[in-house]
Design a protein around this ligand. Structure first.
Ligand SMILES: [Zn+2]
Ligand SMILES: [Zn+2]
Length: 386
């Protein structure tokens, strides 16, 4: 009797020390289900400076989950999430999409577990990737390393060799620990990074404060991927103009909702615009004669140079390129990212001159004429229809 009790106690202790390896109940790690869903699996996989097993060991206290999809590697320590009532309709629509692949997801769910959150973010990241392809007018097979012109990058992920990576942290500690270990940086904001040896663009996001709200986190992921897609497009050989990077990131984020993320360099605090109606905001800034000209914007050298109203104007000029000029956005982006030298390698010098040349060659405008056309469009497109 005593012996049996001892054995039971020992077994209970063992259970406490080694929680059973939890398996994802949606895909069950089943290769057939995974491949039908366009997914690779829950790892192991390369990630950051090393790989998912190494990251799991290093962040053992946070117990991250991993999921690899067609174009992403996603890590998450996000906890279960109770969907706010106002978001039921929107998130149930997303979950209905996911249920087509994983029928075990119950309808009208009110609480998401960590595995489901991970699968939902994989679905969202892939949707953002597809949307970006659509915006630049390219398709999956267009990107690969070739010796012939046009230069389309170094690999098949929009021009990058490896997949895009996203780490979603439930708190600050693991975000800081990981950044310090993998890139030697200490930063409390989302941090993008290029792991050059693999050709992978990564973002690490502490989902705290505002970003605890799932819709805001989704928007922030869109913003950060907006950066990485513009940088990675036809390979990240040089930093593209900051007004396009930040303007597009705002534009991409605002397709999700009107939550706004603002980027700044290392220690600085971004100059944040607080209004939520950026169309009305653009018109007000124009009325006051304070709208940054394109000539102003192309001279911005870092995110710290972008003032609070410049964020709105950069967003609006990208909006004009996407919605107001046929093929405007891909024409400008391709003009900048596709310029190559005699050896068919990207040229990232004199980006101001390049932008001037592209605007003239593609649209037939000077910078001032671009601004005049933009203003004409804005005054029509942003006035509320009655
Ligand atoms: Zn799964
Ligand atoms: Zn940004």
């Amino acid at each position: 009797m005593e012996e049996a009790r001892l054995i039971l106690a020992a077994a209970a202790l063992l259970l406490l020390q080694q929680p059973p390896a939890e398996k994802c109940k949606y895909c069950r790690d089943d290769p057939k289900i995974l491949s039908a869903a366009g997914l690779v699996g829950h790892g192991p996989m390369p990630f950051g400076k090393t790989n998912s097993d190494d990251v799991k060991r290093f962040l053992s206290y946070a117990d991250p989950l991993f999921l690899e999809s067609a174009h992403f590697r996603i890590a998450s320590t996000l906890e279960e999430y109770k969907i706010p009532e106002k978001d039921w309709k929107r998130m149930w629509a997303e979950l209905n999409e996911l249920r087509k692949l994983f029928p075990s997801i119950p309808p009208k769910l009110r609480v998401l577990d960590p595995w489901l959150r991970l699968h939902l973010y994989a679905q969202r990241c892939e949707a953002l990737y597809t949307r970006f392809l659509d915006l630049v007018g390219n398709k999956e097979g267009d990107f690969r390393k070739t010796t012939t012109r046009p230069y389309m990058g170094e690999g098949r992920f929009l021009g990058m060799k490896d997949k895009y990576e996203v780490f979603l942290h439930k708190d600050m500690r693991a975000h800081l620990d990981l950044l310090k270990e993998h890139i030697g940086v200490s930063r409390k904001k989302p941090q993008m990074w290029h792991f050059t040896d693999r050709g992978a663009l990564t973002v690490s996001i502490p989902a705290i404060d505002d970003l605890r709200t799932d819709e805001h986190l989704h928007a922030n992921v869109a913003h950060d991927l907006g950066h990485n897609f513009v940088c990675g497009f036809r390979h990240y050989s040089f930093d593209p103009p900051v007004w396009i990077v930040e303007g597009f990131a705002h534009w991409f984020e605002r397709e999700i909702c009107d939550y706004d993320s603002f980027c700044s360099e290392e220690a600085a605090v971004a100059d944040m615009y607080t209004g939520t109606d950026w169309k009305a905001g653009t018109l007000r800034i124009l009325e006051r004669g304070k709208a940054a000209t394109l000539a102003d914007l192309v001279h911005k050298k870092s995110f710290n140079d972008i003032g609070r109203e410049d964020h709105v104007i950069a967003w609006s000029k990208v909006d004009f390129l996407v919605r107001g000029v046929p093929q405007g956005f891909p024409k400008l982006l391709n003009g900048i990212k596709g310029k190559t030298d005699d050896r068919n390698l990207p040229i990232g010098t004199d980006l101001i001159g390049t932008q001037r040349d592209v605007v003239r060659a593609e649209f037939g405008w000077t910078f001032a004429e671009f601004d005049a056309e933009w203003e004409k469009w804005v005054r029509k497109a942003y006035v509320p229809q009655r």
